[in-house]
Design a protein around this ligand. Structure first.
Ligand code: G3H
Ligand code: 13P
Ligand code: ZN
Length: 349
């Protein structure tokens, strides 16, 4: 199957009542781990690359690795998504390269740190939507600001500092026409999200439900959704790592989100932990080894295990064969003739 649009994957997920994991990659082994997990569980999948990943791997390597994945796994619907685009130019360059969806994260200014105003966010996101839809590419926007900083991206601080305002979410969706909407409900990027198992005082699932009631047709996106499992933390610390005790987003809360309009779930940190733990284990147990394959193979297998588990937990497992790809030019026609209109059906307050 050729690379497909994230919009198609999310529309299908909404029909089927499940969520789709969006897993971050920086290299070939991570792409391989995700594709093997997708094959193992028969799942459609979104692979995403951040600006940091594009800089690390170089665009052409990333793009051709993704083409290889699509070629090697023709049975798997696969979307290539830009994570946290910081400006129109970043999104434009991703689209020109061949990404099939982009995130315009206008919740922050182009420096990727300073929170923007609502009007600035609407303006830059709408500009990306107009450019992308004309080319059949779908767009994720963000309203509200997540906590934490990854690779220089993020406002820092607590995930509760700027949670999403439901009225703003409605106005933002209407004025921009985004295909999906990332909301801030208390989560942060990275490993240090919560100091204990989160309850409703720090993880605002009630807010998510409220937003879904107001925007029942909008695909919601949960960022910062790694669960940071204790067993993955323990492996790292057992083999010389120094992670402080921490909690992520419990899978059952994500599943509650999926029942309430969440269609895309972003996971990066759990895979980073799995890879690092596996590599540390080989280094600690077999210090004489120096062939990178000796530690990259178990690292890749550890990531595959996490991704396959999440695919099953999010409900996308078993759904790879449900549909055939809509070509990107046909997606462009759908946006042009209104059949893919994203005008939300707003529910009463
Ligand atoms: O948004 C956060 C993702 O985990 C990507 O992180 O910017 O360090 O590549 P990164
Ligand atoms: P985690 O750091 O929780 O994996 O979140 C990843 C993410 O939101 C990427 O956009
Ligand atoms: Zn994110």
């Amino acid at each position: 199957m050729p690379l497909v649009s994230t919009r198609q994957l999310l529309d299908e997920a909404a029909k089927g009542g499940y969520g789709v994991g969006a897993f971050n990659v920086n290299d070939m082994e991570q792409i391989q781990a995700i594709m093997e997990a997708a094959k193992e569980t028969n799942s459609p999948v979104i692979i995403q690359a951040s600006r940091g990943a594009r800089a690390f791997a170089q665009d052409n390597y990333l793009y051709h690795l993704m083409l290889a994945a699509a070629e090697l796994y023709p049975q798997i619907p696969l979307a290539m998504h830009l994570d946290h685009g910081n400006s129109f130019e970043t999104c434009e360059s991703a689209i020109k390269l061949g990404f099939t969806s982009v995130m315009m994260d206008g919740s922050l200014k182009a420096d990727g740190k300073t929170p923007s105003t609502f009007e600035e966010n609407v303006e830059v996101t709408k500009k990306v939507v107009d450019y992308a839809h004309e080319r059949g590419i779908s767009v994720e926007g963000e309203i509200g600001v997540l906590g934490g900083i990854e690779d220089g991206h993020g406002a820092g601080g607590s995930g509760l500092a700027r949670v999403t305002d439901p009225d703003q979410a409605v106005e933002f969706a209407e004025r921009t026409g985004v295909d999906s909407l990332a909301i801030a409900i208390g989560t942060s990027h990275g490993a240090y999200k919560f100091t204990k198992k989160p309850d409703g005082s720090v993880l605002k699932m009630d807010l998510l439900i409220k937003i879904h009631q107001r925007l029942p047709k909008t695909h919601l996106v949960m960022h910062g959704s790694s669960s940071v499992p204790k067993d993955l933390q323990d492996i790292i610390n057992q083999y010389g790592g120094k992670l402080k005790e921490t909690w992520g987003v419990p899978v059952e809360e994500i599943q509650l989100g999926i029942k309430n309009g969440v269609r895309k779930i972003n996971v990066d940190t759990d895979n980073r932990l799995a890879i690092t733990g596996a590599i540390r284990k080989v280094f600690a147990e077999s210090p004489e080894k120096f062939d990178p394959r000796d530690y990259m193979k178990p690292a890749r297998a550890a990531m595959q295990k996490v991704v396959a588990l999440r695919m099953t937990q999010f409900g996308q497992a078993g759904h790879a064969g449900d549909y055939t790809a809509i070509s990107i030019p046909d997606m462009a026609k759908g946006y042009a003739n209104g059949s893919l209109s994203t005008k939300p059906l707003v529910a009463a307050k």
